[in-house]
Write a protein that binds this ligand. Structure first.
Ligand code: PRX
Length: 655
């Protein structure tokens, strides 16, 4: 990625202002180092104290960390609590009338919900779930638009100990079906439609399609929230039930189901290096502790904040920093249904002005596209309420960072570039905004208690300045517990034997500068990062070869100005290599095909046809050559091991 090259030469440093530092929850570098030392000197004591202070327990834990069965670590393992209780009930004595959610719909309608009202809605929905026979440990798939109801559905599951699995509304019926089958969901919660950028998204129809495709016998009921006023589609009597009918007349109190600290709160599917998505399973207590700590540390949470994380609840960011973290600390948060560019590229700035947002957290890809579509627009709005900015999901190029800092943050707001993953549950490496000086493009230093390091193949730390594999050397409370249905894959994917099964291997490469700051360089596996979304190249390849025309496919990433990475597919058809209009038509069809197999986000940006793919004599596809071809680079690598060197020229010419 070109931005990575420029990142390497970045030398600007932005220390926290005195004004910010003095009011910060962690104030000054020394305070940060003190926390790190406390964690290093007494690891369990450090986490145990945080868990006692920050979480409300039904039954206190007596053991902090249980490492007897690595890498299946248990945290606070004999404690009992309820996540929804921690997000709602415990705030009611003091914060009942505080706004929990300010919801702005696609067309700008605003709905406000207090903690007392949210509590009622969650309880009614939880009672609705119970009336359908859903109990602790059952899986509920949530396929919803951004809405108050999406949060209510997640919290409602947490309240009764049901395990939710949210599937992003942009995924296709096939992806949805796969996840429903893998999770053996008893219930699907959806909306008749979603609305984004003025367009309707047919969610219920997609659920119908997924369930009709077979294999989803576990699903008994489908709860449908009525969002849009569009005509209702087909209705399966006995299976489908309107949300408003389900909650009608249900009691406004629902005793939380107390669960073990380690009982799963949710499963969230994400891409790995094989075709099959991984069901990342998170715990209840450790996960929530991570979300709370980082609300306080990274986002320097203060009760007067208006917090806005723009992520969809279909991703981990929307779990930790929409559905759980902000509520667990009693924050007022903004939730947005729509897209940043509708009705124009000033939407985010207009909303920040209108709702007096103090803390704004979004993805570099959104920043880059807003720079492109309206770099001067922030100046037209009053953004003086902002005090802290954040980014997540991919490396941010210094130019975008500086624009964000100046044009959006008015030069006064620290930027927290937060490195973490679906698997880590909460931030791992990020500046503490009142303590750590920032450098554009660096996620800076690990949070207290997070033993991040960069090591070589044998597990030895690499020197500063040298690239290596990003690992976390000790278990931490919010980490993935296992992969749903696949503990073996969990071990193999994250705790490789090269590191004696001890280090958590993040799957990213990184290096440190002379001050020990971390700079993320990219994935080491076949995972792409397209607009901050994780996609496996194998997933897209499997989708392509499932098309009857396709014999073989290889997918690689290519640097992209806005999306970070774009998807390039090299395809060998069963028939002759097409050209001209025929090729264009097949490309259009294949893009649609991948859209329906996985979701629009996975459609290749470019498809090239060849008679074959570059392979070694043992039949291995040489992806590094394909990456070079995709970038339009001259091939300087050794190609003597290639079975069919002539194919390179053909693919280069096949644009
Ligand atoms: O490659 C890293 C990149 O996103 C990956 C995790 O993707 P996902 O599980 O979908 O979670 C995204 C939201 C937490 C990482 O392995 N990544 C995430 N944050 C950053 C990042 N790369 C660079 N800088 C970041 N701040």
């Amino acid at each position: 990625m070109s931005s990575i090259d420029s990142v390497l030469t970045e030398t600007r440093v932005f220390p926290p202002s005195d004004a910010f530092r003095l009011q910060a929850n962690v104030s000054g570098l020394e305070a940060y180092h003190t926390l790190c030392e406390q964690a290093n000197n007494d690891y369990e004591g450090f986490w145990g104290q945080l868990a006692r202070e920050q979480l409300s327990w039904h039954k206190p834990f007596t053991q902090v960390l249980d490492e007897r069965n690595p890498p299946f670590y248990r945290w606070f393992g004999d404690g009992e609590l309820n996540v929804s209780y921690n997000c709602l009930d415990r705030h009611l004595p003091l914060l009942a009338n505080k706004l929990a959610i300010i919801f702005e719909s696609d067309n700008g309608t605003v709905t406000r919900v207090t903690y007392a009202e949210l509590y009622r809605r969650v309880c009614q929905f939880a009672n609705g779930l119970k009336s359908l026979g859903i109990t602790k440990g059952d899986r509920v798939v949530i396929y919803m638009p951004m809405s108050i109801e999406a949060v209510v559905a997640m919290q409602g599951c947490a309240r009764i100990g049901a395990i939710h699995s949210v599937v992003f509304g942009g995924f296709s019926s096939k992806s949805l079906q796969e996840r429903i089958i893998d999770a053996k969901a008893r219930l699907v919660v959806t909306a008749n439609e979603g609305v984004r950028g003025g367009k309707l998204v047919p969610l219920k129809a997609t659920v119908d399609e997924a369930l009709a495709a077979g294999g989803c016998d576990s699903v008994e009921r489908v709860v449908v929230y009525k969002r849009a006023v569009h005509e209702d589609g087909p209705w399966q009597i006995g299976r489908d039930i309107w949300w408003h009918d389900l909650v009608k007349g249900k009691p406004e109190h629902c005793e939380p189901t107390w669960v073990n600290a380690e009982d799963p709160l949710f499963i969230l599917y994400t891409s790995g290096s094989t075709g099959k998505p991984k069901g990342v399973q998170h715990s209840s207590a450790g996960y929530l502790l991570g979300a709370i700590n980082t609300m306080r540390w990274t986002f320097d949470y203060k009760p007067a904040d208006i917090f806005w994380c723009t992520a969809d609840v279909g991703w981990i960011t929307g779990h930790s920093y929409v559905a759980y973290g902000p509520l667990a600390v009693g924050a007022t948060q903004l939730i947005f249904e729509g897209v940043p560019t509708y009705p124009d590229a000033g939407r985010f700035w207009q909303m920040i002005e209108q709702h007096k947002v103090t803390t704004f957290y979004t993805a570099p890809t959104a920043i880059r596209s807003l720079i492109k579509l309206g770099g001067d627009l922030p100046a037209q709005y009053d953004l003086s309420s902002l005090r802290l900015l954040g980014t997540v999901g991919e490396p941010i190029n210094p130019e975008a960072w500086v624009w964000y800092h100046e044009k959006v943050g008015g030069g006064r707001c620290p930027i927290v570039d937060t490195w973490w993953q679906t698997e880590t549950g909460s931030h791992m490496i990020t500046p503490l905004p009142g303590a750590v000086a920032t450098k554009p493009g660096s996620c800076t230093l690990p949070l207290p208690g997070i033993q991040a390091d960069i090591v070589d193949e044998a597990g030895f730390p690499v020197e500063n300045g040298k690239g290596g594999f990003l690992v976390i050397k000790r278990p931490f409370p919010s980490q993935v517990r296992t992969l749903w249905n696949d503990p073996e894959r969990f071990k193999k994917a994250y705790f490789p034997e090269e590191y004696n099964g001890k280090y958590y291997l993040a799957g990213d490469s990184a290096h440190r500068d002379e001050q020990g700051y971390f700079w993320i360089m990219g994935r080491i596996d076949d995972v792409l990062n397209v607009s901050g979304h994780r996609l496996g190249t194998m997933e897209i390849e499997s989708a392509l070869v499932a098309n009857p025309l396709v014999a073989e496919a290889a997918v690689v990433g290519k640097p992209h100005e806005i999306k970070g990475e774009s998807i390039v597919a090299f395809v060998v058809l069963k028939g002759p290599r097409p050209s001209g209009d025929e090729a264009r038509q097949i490309i259009a069809n294949l893009r649609e095909w991948v859209g329906s197999e996985i979701g629009a986000l996975a459609k290749p940006d470019e498809i090239r046809f060849g008679d074959n793919l570059p392979k070694t004599r043992s039949g291995k596809i040489m992806r590094r050559l394909l990456r070079a071809i995709a970038k339009g680079e001259e091939i300087t690598q050794d190609v003597s091991t290639l079975e069919n060197p002539a194919i390179l020229q053909q693919l280069q010419e096949s644009v």
